[in-house]
Ligand binder design. Sequence first.
Ligand code: HEC
Length: 179
Amino acid sequence: MKKLLMMALGSMVISGAVFAAPFGEEADVNYSKKLWTALNSAGLVGDHAIMSTPYTGTHPHGAILDALDAKATVDGEEGIVIIKRNYGGEGVSKQAVADNPAMYLKAVTVMYKRKGYDPDNHDWFWVKYKPDGSLHLNPKGMQLAGMIAKGANAGCIACHTAAPGDDMVYNHDRYAKGM
Ligand code: HEC
């Protein structure tokens, strides 16, 4: 009886590991914090972050967007990072955002190339930050950091799979496979 119970407990632990979500787990959240700190000290997010010229966006990103490509170092590894800032709210326009980005910033969506992280999806680590660096949640309350939402038919990975150039990036094809 005791042995049976041990076996049952054991398989619960195993299935717990197998069914861990591909995103929003503690390790993903911790990594997103390290990435935010790296981006913040590089002047790429946070107060007075460098920005590009705002442009009119497309769904599901904001009404107005600005985007930057850069590099960031996390845990001693340098990786490509693409930062897209999503602006919205009453009175939003390209000019209004250019004049006062902080007033309209709703989300900072980031793709960070993390060596060996997710070879199925070009090693991108996906994050949707709030302007203060904390994480947006999906409707189920899961934190948006990691392989969002690997295996599902909607979400960052599913939609970005359709990007031209087989690199999951819409705006350009500079990051060929293996970079
Ligand atoms: C329904 C489709 C769709 C979903 C879902 C989506 N995106 Fe995008 N994303 C796009 C499109 C289209 C562009 C390029 C057009 C633009 O500039 O708005 C883009 C652009 C980007 C870029 C700039 C690099 C590029 O591909 O051009 C980043 C970074 C980004 N998205 C991150 C994310 C993250 C993180 C998520 C999930 C939290 C996400 N996206 C979900 C469609 C999507």
